[in-house]
Ligand binder design. Structure first.
Ligand SMILES: Cc1cc2nc3c(=O)[nH]c(=O)nc-3n(C[C@H](O)[C@H](O)[C@H](O)COP(=O)(O)OP(=O)(O)OC[C@H]3O[C@@H](n4cnc5c(N)ncnc54)[C@H](O)[C@@H]3O)c2cc1C
Length: 412
């Protein structure tokens, strides 16, 4: 069968959801020559977000940017190798749902089945000048810029105040490692460490809002123990070149502002804009099967999707774990539709988080068990290995994992 006669399953976005869907379909359609699977992403690699806080705190003098890149990105050529999945590097400009056309910056593609998994972007909540002065931590480029800026600050100043906006996972993880980076840079440039301060500003009354008071306290104890200042129940209400305003009243000096305070879904670039409803985080509501009510062949997964938990009717969290499960499930349901079967409803997996907080310390959280300390850190390393093994052949996964460990343990 030539390519023109083939039907097309197109996956938009090669993040956690997109890659999981592609690999599931590759397995399920191994003997099927009728379908071509195409994955489109603007980058040539998947970004391993869970490692970004480490990437942003690698010491400039010790780790070159290209090594940082190798530690937090996985090229699609390594993931899909010689499989029949076609990867197309392009920027997606528009999606035309009624006819399944995808308009990219270089080509128009047709799709018979579609997965939209374009992820999320930082949400600045309309706070004046936050987008202009705040650094975000969403990509490899962000991470490299942050660590370069930190080195620059230490090099040219005797006193520095860094503000981390948001005390969720990314904020807490980053603040802890940032402290270690500042210590090393100060030592290196012969500066007084006590003059280089980190402050975390969080709107909720504690770290990791919505998780558990015990975990929140553990994170607080760990971070305050290394001298990180915290301001809870406090909002950043304005950002400036060298300051932030808190709760509309207090002006605090700020040499670097890193914003991890929230994300909103990538606004789906639709050709016909009025078709889809969105929730307040710009996510697209999907059915229990993860597809769209009006376009059953179109699935949405990961940070882009608003998937309601059956009991609570609350949207599931935007996490990599959820994205992977949803991506896989969307793949299975596409396969079922192809074979004329009913799609199956999606059920979220167990809640499990491992939160590293400075050095070889992490907190494992499940609703019934909390483990903190070195054991938590070791579990986190194993979780990374588990992910690499799920998308790469064994030896490649091992080599990524060992390289990541080699680079990031330099931070501790
Ligand atoms: C710093 C940080 C740390 C995190 N740590 C954790 C953690 O420890 N555990 C956890 O479970 N979750 C973590 N998360 C959340 C997790 O990374 C996201 O929930 C997850 O990445 C969502 O997966 P996704 O597939 O929906 O989107 P993504 O993984 O973001 O993938 C989206 C893809 O779409 C591509 N794309 C977007 N727009 C376009 C376009 N117009 N054209 C072409 N391509 C496009 C992007 O290049 C990207 O590859 C973290 C997030 C951050 C930012």
């Amino acid at each position: 069968m030539n390519n023109l006669e083939k039907k097309h399953i197109v996956i938009l976005g090669g993040g956690f959801a997109g890659v999981a869907c592609a690999l599931e379909l590759k397995k399920l359609l191994a003997d099927n020559d009728e379908y071509e699977i195409v994955l489109i992403d603007k980058k040539a690699y998947q970004t391993y977000h869970a490692g970004l806080y480490e990437a942003a705190t690698t010491e400039h003098g010790l780790v070159e940017a290209k090594k940082v890149k190798r530690a937090v990105t996985i090229p699609y050529t390594d993931i899909f190798g010689k499989t029949k999945i076609k990867v197309f590097k392009a920027y997606i400009d528009k999606i035309n749902l009624p006819d399944g056309k995808i308009i990219t910056d270089s080509r128009i593609l047709s799709s018979d089945y579609l997965l939209i998994a374009l992820g999320s972007v930082a949400d600045f909540y309309g706070i004046p000048n936050l987008d202009k002065h705040g650094f975000t931590l969403k990509s490899l480029e962000d991470a490299v810029m942050i660590r370069n800026r930190v080195e620059d600050l230490v090099l040219h100043n005797d006193k520095v105040q860094i503000v981390v906006g948001g005390g969720g996972f990314a904020g807490a993880e980053f603040a802890g490692e940032l402290h270690n980076l500042l210590q090393k840079e100060c030592l290196h440039h012969n500066k007084k460490c006590e003059n280089f301060k980190v402050m975390v500003v969080e709107g909720a009354p504690g770290f990791l809002p919505g998780l558990s008071d015990k975990v929140s306290k553990l994170v607080y104890n760990r971070l305050s123990g290394i001298g990180i200042e915290t301001k809870f129940s406090t909002l950043i209400t304005e950002a400036g070149k060298d300051y932030v305003v808190l709760n509309n009243t207090e002006r605090v000096s700020c040499d670097l502002l890193v914003w991890t305070g929230g994300v909103r879904s990538c606004r789906l670039p639709l050709a016909i804009n009025s078709i889809l409803e969105r929730d307040k985080k710009d996510r697209t509501p999907v059915t229990e099967f993860l597809n769209l009510k009006s376009f059953p062949n179109v699935f949405v997964a990961g940070d882009d999707a608003c998937v309601l938990e059956a009991k609570t009717k609350k949207p599931l969290p935007q996490t990599a774990q959820e994205a992977i499960r949803q991506g896989k499930h969307a793949g299975r349901n596409i396969f079922r539709l192809i074979h004329g079967r009913q799609p199956l409803p999606y059920h979220p997996g167990p809640t499990r988080f491992v939160i590293p907080v400075s050095g070889k310390y992490a907190i494992l959280y499940t609703p019934n068990l909390i483990i903190s300390g070195f054991v938590g850190w070791a579990i986190r390393r194993l979780a990374d290995m588990r992910y690499f093994l799920s998308i790469l052949p064994f030896w490649k996964a091992l080599s990524y994992w060992m390289f990541e460990n080699k680079i990031f343990t330099k931070n501790d």
